[in-house]
Design a protein around this ligand. Structure first.
Ligand code: CTP
Ligand code: CA
Length: 226
């Protein structure tokens, strides 16, 4: 980034970040979800704002404080996140998808609380739309960053997602390690870029990881990364 922009290197840049889990209803009082805390996405939003960006945060239900100076759009289902993100995609410069979006939702959503039966029941699940893949297909000028949550062979799986979803970079979380990720304040990640760079960031706070990731993105966008 330019020397004169060192203070606020993301000034005049629009950054959209997704955070947290989604909730997929079964009936009026129940839903499927996951353990995502939203901490990584909120840390990214805060750091991006402090770097001067105009930040939009599309957030699933989380137990985190609202970030001053960040436009926050609260959604609950994968479908609502899809709408919120795709409708704002065109004008963005950087999009970072750290949300843990449900891959499946109940096929039939009951409009009343389901009554207990005298027998077992089966809930049929259908696929949600992959938001990130949709953005990868639609992108023109945007720098697109995905996350990958993997329990095994995390680098290989991450690399495959980077290519398949047409991303500029991917942040790979090894979620088999119980000390980091999801609910934790700390994280440990590998970052791969489309330009073939690989970074291993050892355990540190999500805020520090957010700082590192945004610095790498800015360098990669400017073609300056070493
Ligand atoms: N993602 C998305 N929309 C979905 C599912 C996932 O945008 N319906 C995004 C996530 O926000 C994340 C990336 O895709 O940035 C990878 O998510 P992950 O769950 O690791 O990968 P999947 O492609 O869903 O594959 P799998 O769960 O089978 O590993
Ligand atoms: Ca998934």
């Amino acid at each position: 980034y330019k020397v004169e922009n060192r203070e606020l290197p993301l000034k005049n840049k629009k950054v959209l970040i997704t955070a947290g889990p989604t909730q997929e209803p079964v009936d009026t009082v129940r839903f499927f979800t996951n353990y995502s805390s939203g901490k990584m996405g909120y840390a990214l939003a805060e750091v991006a704002k402090n770097l001067g960006a105009q930040v939009t945060l599309v957030s699933g239900p989380v137990d985190l404080d609202v970030l001053p100076g960040v436009e926050t759009i609260k959604i609950s289902s994968a479908d609502e996140m899809f709408e919120a993100v795709t409708s704002r995609f065109d004008e963005q410069d950087i999009v970072i998808k750290s949300a843990a979006v449900a891959d499946y939702r109940p096929k039939d959503v009951h409009d009343k609380k389901l009554k207990k039966q005298g027998h077992d029941i089966t809930v049929e699940l259908e696929r949600t739309t992959d938001i990130l893949s949709t953005l990868g297909e639609r992108k023109n000028h945007q720098y697109l960053v995905g996350f990958a949550a993997e329990t095994d062979q995390h680098l290989e799986h991450g690399k495959r997602k980077l290519q398949k979803k047409n991303l500029d970079a991917i942040v790979i979380n090894d979620i088999s390690n119980p000390n980091i990720g999801f609910k934790s304040d700390d994280n440990e990640v590998n970052i791969l870029t489309k330009t073939g760079q690989e970074y291993a960031i050892s355990t540190r706070s999500k805020k520090e990881i957010a700082q590192e990731l945004l610095t790498l993105i800015m360098k990669d966008m400017m073609g300056e990364a070493k």
